[in-house]
Design a protein around this ligand. Structure first.
Ligand code: CDP
Length: 806
């Protein structure tokens, strides 16, 4: 028996399947500079485009004179809205049901908005020529503060839709209003608040920031006039959706559009939407008949393509005296900038903000969201989170802390008291979700024991006394966050993009020699898909992961999929992969039965082979079966061994985690040092623990960035203040804290391999954890809620306001 077990263990290890720390196969090319990115593409005759951008946040365009630019040697064309209008392309549809100017026509609505597109023989000439385009503007009063958007005398921003009082999501209350979205039982919630023992209410601002991937957004369009075919390379998180959008807006048939997303250097939501640069490179190539490349620079990326957050959340909790939360009430004022270009599934104008009851059994809740226009860039993307989940988790996790403070209760104890209990799963939340699985108590206990929570609180109590006695100038904060994510969009009943249900797909082909190619509808931006999908297939069909090639990003070869964002790859395409592999396995079983002349039912699966039950020496390996599939299939069976699956998930998956942060803050300088950060994640079945750890490190680093400094700020004239890495905080290894990671495993009951997503959890849980640590440090001094980002300057001002400086 031991020998058989040992043999099985050896064969299992050789597969490098699920659960093993397989090294990332893509890194061989990335670490040797052999990655192939959009900007690496050099095509014969290729031209380069660059934008003329508005210096004003709100201004009327009086005139545009392109003659000086056109006269510059090397300039081939200058496009303006007047050129695009006859083609119906001066506006493009957004995912949120609005339209967005490709090139500004009569007005500009945010600083750096695209006004003209210069196409030249090289990038430098194009850039020089943008300065020769003469645009005459008449500056208009602008709106930067979303709370001023709907004032009666507010300037009307979107004149193109000012008479349209019905938006994509119902009636509009003001020309600068986009939508109102309400969910939950308002009357019941109000009634609980009216009679509650204890309530808290706070305006929690999740400030405007940006995903800022290392590689900016870019595209190369190449139109073949003879064939009438367009090839479009670009930084696309969702290549198939881009192909559909290009077809819809250009009128080109979808089969004549080839969209290719090569290697992508980070996305984090930034590369989901469609941008003016894509449209202009396509138009340029169609008009000129040669390839046109567009590559954003860093300032353009930070100031024009897809901001994140900008949610102003009035958050309330009602509870009993002993800390049982009875109700939650939230109003969000959502600043969407100049166009509603939020990247959410169509029916969700505020994404999955209604996950804001968090990990707690809150019986009654109501959420209302108002979206408004301002003179800022549009976007509203899910920066390393599922749609608006970071905002939702920030709201509940800060609110729980404020409630604990008011009740004089320990913040961890209050959480535990209100957790959804293991036996309550599947759990129906007051705001409409069905949580698939969770064991919050076990995770929290493990986290508290590992971090030494009790001892830390004792140390903090002593430090506070010492601070009051003037013996130290350091404050100690303990941040907690217990988050529940909602990832894997999503079931067709509630998730679509432009009417296309949010399924995803996998196509697996086994070649005669037993090697495999698998193609997915998703697209990695660095998450390691080439490594991990192969691990799923290896375990399912018993072929070593090293013999399996994963391909994504080419719409000609990959099956249609909705792409990668919102940690949906594992919950949706990962499931498709397992189901497609199982189809292959079922066919392989029939072939094996034919080969061994036994009944299918007499066979059992054993790691990499089918063997005859009770006769372990009689077997056929998957490799042998693959060969037979091409030369000796059973009679009446078609040859070949391949399968495709389009997976429509029955539910989302709900990963969760317990995070703790210990922080020391110097009150005199406002400098905050993270002493410890412990992150326990539960993403169900773990495919590759090493990749998960990498994802957690990355997500936490971006959480640290957002909470502790990263911000896109505007001055009163609408000048964007955070548009370069001089001003926008991008932590390096020097600033980034050390991460301690841990896990529990609570599989998803509806996912074929029990896996939930993980890529974004650390970001979602990390942001409130840092903010709670900062707030906890100052809480005993009566600081009240301190808004993010918590950079040293802002924390210094907190000390100043509290009169702590001498
Ligand atoms: O959609 P995206 O790839 O950004 O997110 P994800 O589905 O959370 O996957 C991120 C990476 O973590 C992928 O390489 C997954 O295969 C891996 N992962 C894992 O190893 N185990 C899980 N349970 C979830 C994800």
């Amino acid at each position: 028996q031991t020998k058989i077990d040992q043999d099985r263990a050896e064969r299992t290890e050789k597969l490098q399947g699920m659960g093993c720390k397989r090294k990332r196969v893509e890194d061989v090319r990335f670490t040797q500079g052999k990655g192939s990115y959009v900007d690496d593409l050099k095509l014969p005759g290729m031209l380069f485009g660059d934008f003329v951008r508005s210096p004003h946040a709100h201004a009327r365009i009086k005139s545009i004179d392109t003659s000086r630019a056109q006269a510059l040697p090397g300039v081939v064309a200058v496009l303006t809205a007047a050129d695009l209008k006859p083609l119906g392309l001066h506006y493009m549809p957004t995912l949120a049901g609005d339209v967005q100017a490709v090139l500004a026509e009569e007005k500009v609505l945010f600083q750096n908005q695209e006004v003209a597109f210069v196409i030249a023989e090289d990038r430098y000439i194009a850039s020089d020529a943008t300065e020769l385009v003469d645009v005459e503007y008449e500056a208009l009063p602008c709106i930067v503060d979303p709370f001023k958007s709907m004032l009666p005398d507010a300037p009307i921003l979107r004149e193109d839709i000012q008479d349209k009082m019905e938006g994509a999501h119902g009636p509009r209350k003001h020309p600068n209003h986009i939508f109102e979205w309400k969910i939950g039982d308002q009357e019941a919630t109000d009634a609980v608040f009216a009679n509650a023992d204890v309530t808290i209410k706070e305006m929690l601002v999740d400030h405007r920031t940006h995903p800022s991937p290392l590689e900016t957004c870019q595209s190369v369009a190449s139109f073949d006039k003879v064939k009438g075919e367009l090839t479009l390379w670009g930084t696309f998180q969702a290549p198939h959706v881009i192909r559909t959008v290009v077809s819809l807006i250009s009128g080109l048939p979808e089969h004549k559009i080839h969209v290719i997303a090569p290697d992508i250097g980070g996305g984090f939501g930034n590369k989901v939407g469609a941008y003016a640069g894509y449209v202009c490179s396509v138009v340029g190539s169609i008009v000129l008949g040669v390839p046109v490349k567009w590559v954003e620079d860093r300032m353009e990326n930070l100031s024009t393509t897809s901001f994140a957050r900008d949610y102003h959340m009035t958050t309330e909790l009602a509870a009993t005296k002993d800390g049982k939360i009875q109700a939650m009430r939230v109003h969000v004022l959502a600043d969407h900038g100049a166009f509603d270009a939020c990247a959410d599934p169509s029916k969700w104008p505020a994404g999955f903000m209604n996950i804001c009851t968090g990990s707690y059994d809150i019986p009654t809740a109501h959420l209302a969201v108002d979206g408004v226009y301002t003179n800022k860039a549009s976007g509203g993307v899910a920066y390393r989170c599922s749609f608006r989940v970071t905002e939702a988790v920030f709201a509940i996790e800060r609110a729980v802390e404020l409630l604990a403070q008011k009740l004089g209760m320990d913040a961890a104890e209050l959480r535990i008291k209100n957790f959804i209990k293991p036996e309550q799963f599947p759990y129906h939340s007051a705001l409409g979700w069905e949580y698939d699985s969770g064991d919050y108590h076990t995770a929290m206990k493990k986290a508290m024991d590992t971090i030494g929570y009790k001892e830390l609180r004792e140390e903090q109590a002593k430090k506070r006394e010492a601070f009051k006695r003037g013996e130290t100038r350091e404050l100690m904060g303990i941040g907690i966050s217990f988050f529940t994510e909602i990832v894997g969009a999503g079931p067709a009943k509630n998730c679509d993009i432009l009417g296309i249900a949010m399924f995803d797909s996998a196509e697996i082909r086994i070649h005669p020699t037993g090697s495999v190619i698998a193609r997915m509808g998703t697209k990695s931006q660095g998450q390691g898909h080439e490594t991990t999908y192969a691990q799923i297939i290896a375990t399912e069909i018993g072929i070593p992961a090293d013999d399996i090639m994963i391909e994504e990003g080419n719409t000609d070869t990959a099956p249609y999929g909705l792409g990668t964002y919102g940690s949906r790859s594992t919950p949706v395409a990962g499931a498709a992969t397992a189901v497609a592999a199982r189809k292959i396995k079922a066919k392989a079983q029939m072939i094996a039965a034919h080969m061994m002349e036994v009944h299918e039912g007499d066979l059992e699966w054993d790691v990499d082979r089918f063997r005859v039950k009770g006769l372990p020496e009689k077997f056929k390996t998957m490799k042998e079966i693959a060969w037979a599939a091409y030369n000796n299939p059973p009679p009446n069976m078609e040859p070949g061994l391949e399968a495709v699956n389009y997976y429509e998930p029955p539910n989302m998956t709900y990963p969760f985690g317990a995070y703790f942060c210990v922080m020391d803050i110097d009150v005199d300088t406002g400098v905050a040092k993270t002493r410890r950060f412990y992150a326990l994640d539960d993403c169900g079945t773990r495919i590759n623990p090493m990749i998960i750890e990498g994802q957690v490190h990355g997500g936490l680093t971006e959480a640290f960035a957002c909470a502790m400094g990263q911000e896109i700020r505007y001055d009163e004239q609408g000048n964007v203040m955070g548009a370069s890495f001089m001003d926008f905080f991008l932590p390096t290894a020097v600033e980034t804290p050390h991460w301690e990671t841990d896990h529990t495993v609570t599989p998803s009951p509806h996912h074929p391999i029990g896996a939930k997503g993980v890529g974004e959890s650390p970001h979602v849980g990390g942001v409130p954890c840092f903010s709670n640590a900062v707030n906890d440090a100052y809480a005993f001094l009566g600081a009240g809620h301190i808004q993010m980002p918590h950079d040293a300057w802002r924390l210094w001002t907190v000390g100043e306001k509290l009169g702590l400086h001498t």
